[in-house]
Ligand binder design. Structure first.
Ligand code: 6GU
Length: 278
């Protein structure tokens, strides 16, 4: 996979030299290039922003440097792959913005399958919208947000997105099994984990985990996932597919105040008995 990041603060992205992602780059699993947007300015002051048409606070990123930078990145992109499944596919242009669609584990899984990802880090009030429109001629454009809060620019969001995507690229995470049992893998939060010592500051590790009984351990972990998700992320519980819930799952959810009604999981009391049952 090839990843390009365009930013006026390339040093921000130096964290991608470290840890798992840094190692994947050294191993050639990920090819990552950070490009300084100011290299594509033409004036003496290397200007990347200007005042907004229509007035208002803040500055807007000018279109010309962005177009030149994105042209350069596109030309440096991977040659059409030998695999007919990816040959000829357009690069993805991720535009980090609090006004984007929310970036989820499903987004990370989807983007991990792509050949070439380009991240356009905006600063100030954002990039002139015409850059985004024009980019659709050459890229699959994906405005993406980390969540409902505002950062000063896209760089920190790109660090998060590249890490979430990069670890799903085959070979980047040493033991692929660790990707199966983690938070969001199956729409639930991860179960709590423990290590030695078995007794620490008067607190024992839950006994079942020392039992060696794999079936009971799996059930205990599943129960904790369901309880934790119900307590912390009711939005995720409401998105569960009842087809994936066995009797024991349903009992745990009922204890937490959630019942299966037709094809949905709903808060007990919110079920609509008049509705047709799927
Ligand atoms: Cl992707 N960018 C910015 N600037 N702020 C954000 C964000 C992205 N996601 C949440 N807040």
């Amino acid at each position: 996979m090839r990843i390009d990041v365009v930013s006026i603060f390339p040093e921000y992205l130096s964290a991608l030299d470290l840890s798992l992602i840094g190692k994947a780059r050294q191993q050639g699993l990920l090819e990552l290039t950070v490009t300084d947007l100011r290299e594509f300015t033409t004036d003496r002051h290397r200007t990347v922003d200007d005042t907004p048409y229509g007035g208002g606070a803040g500055m807007v990123m000018k279109p010309e440097p962005w177009a030149a930078a994105l042209d350069a990145v596109r030309e440096r992109g991977p040659a059409p792959a030998a695999d007919p499944g990816v040959a000829g596919e357009r690069p993805v242009l991720v535009v980090p913005s609090p006004a984007g669609a929310v970036f989820t584990q499903a987004t990370a899984r989807e983007l991990a399958l792509r050949e070439h990802l380009v991240f356009a880090c905006g600063r100030y009030e954002g990039i002139d919208e015409r850059v985004v429109d024009w980019s659709r001629e050459h890229f699959e454009v994906r405005p993406m947000s980390l969540g409902d809060y505002v950062l000063n620019g896209g760089e920190v969001a790109v660090l998060a997105m590249v890490e979430a995507i990069g670890r799903l690229v085959p070979g980047v995470v040493g033991n692929p099994e660790s990707l199966v049992e983690e938070s969001h893998a199956d729409g639930l939060l991860e179960y709590p984990v423990y290590t030695k010592p078995a007794l620490w500051r008067d607190r024992p590790v839950p006994e079942v985990l020392l039992s060696g009984h794999h079936g009971r351990i799996a059930r205990w972990r599943r129960d904790r996932q369901l309880q934790r998700t119900a307590a912390r992320r009711p939005d995720l519980v409401a998105s569960l597919d009842p087809a994936g819930l066995d009797r024991a799952d349903r009992a745990v959810l009922a204890e937490a105040g959630w019942i299966v009604s037709g094809a949905r999981v709903v808060r007990a009391g919110d079920d609509a008995p008049g509705e047709p049952v799927a």
